[in-house]
Design a protein. Structure first.
Length: 165
């Protein structure tokens, strides 16, 4: 699953060949979200209070907010857009990542690793992968993760954009 370092993310989103891989209806909004994230935090992860999903109506269907659940060492789905819900296969709001991905322990480990890496870096990350839909259909997707800080300044929230390519 190809990934980029945080320093490559702005170039990746602005690079025409990569931006062309992202669905046109979301590409502009994703670039704008990255720029907003950067402006709000001055290059550092901004406060969780800075996230206003309603200010991103075009991205809302592919957006999810994940909150760290340290008591169980997992991530909880706090908000889930309609297209993300359909990709996952049902309503997952309030559920834990490990519970949602329980049928595939390797996938759960890989996704958790991506989330944890984004928190460790304190910078947005992007990854590409393949998702099995139904029995044999494989679809490529892009996953962008944006970290946010809580009131104690700890990185505990991720804004996730998940789109089929």
């Amino acid at each position: 699953m190809p990934r980029t370092s945080p320093s490559e993310l702005p170039d990746l989103l602005d690079e025409p060949t990569i931006a062309a891989r992202l669905p046109a209806r979301y590409a502009t909004g994703m670039v704008a979200l990255y720029r907003q994230w950067h402006a709000l935090g001055g290059g550092q992860a901004p406060a969780r209070d800075a996230i206003d999903p309603l200010s991103m109506p075009r991205l809302l269907p592919v957006l999810a907010i994940m909150e760290l659940a340290p008591d169980v060492d997992d991530w909880r789905y706090a908000l889930v857009g309609e297209e993300v819900r359909q990709m996952i296969g049902g309503s997952v709001k309030g559920r834990l990542l490990g519970e949602v991905l329980a049928k595939d322990a390797e996938d759960a480990r890989r996704v958790r690793s991506l989330y944890d890496e984004t928190i460790r870096l304190g910078q947005p990350t992007i990854s590409f992968g393949r998702h099995t839909v139904g029995f044999k259909t494989h679809r490529e997707f892009a996953r962008l993760l944006f970290p946010y800080r809580d009131r104690s300044n700890a990185l505990t929230t991720l804004l996730l954009l998940l789109v089929y390519l």
